[in-house]
Design a protein. Structure first.
Length: 132
């Protein structure tokens, strides 16, 4: 039953995403945030391949000129890093994590939870690198 609820929630978010894609410009921060949230839901459902595509799009949207949306971009980069690492794309995952962590460290509005997640992930890859 819980999985059905999660799947139903993801379909609802998928529908929201479809509506926002149709209604908003391709560089809208709201579209980028929706993509990031949808990518997170897909990861929680184990759909890492699809999540990677969605999160790459989220990063592209949130980084688009004229202004990038640093807080959400940093969050999206850290989430993308988790997905890339899960998918075996270690080099790209580490790069996205470093970039997202640095962005969050330097962005007003980043919460202690944002920073803790980024630091924890950085510690995990630093520990894995030292073990080699």
């Amino acid at each position: 039953r819980q999985r059905q609820m999660c799947i139903r929630d993801s379909l609802t978010l998928e529908e929201v995403l479809r509506i926002r894609r149709a209604a908003l410009p391709g560089t809208s921060p709201l579209l980028g945030r929706t993509l990031q949230e949808y990518g997170t839901v897909l990861m929680s459902l184990g759909a890492y391949g699809e999540a990677e595509e969605v999160l790459l799009e989220a990063v592209t949207v949130l980084a688009a000129p004229p202004i990038s949306h640093e807080l959400w971009l940093g969050r999206a980069e850290v989430t993308l890093a988790r997905c890339l690492l899960h998918n075996g794309r270690t080099v790209e995952g580490h790069a996205a994590l470093r970039q997202g962590a640095a962005r969050l460290e330097n962005t007003p509005g980043a919460t202690p939870a944002d920073l803790e997640v980024a630091r924890q992930r950085m510690g995990e890859i630093d520990g894995a690198t030292q073990e080699r």
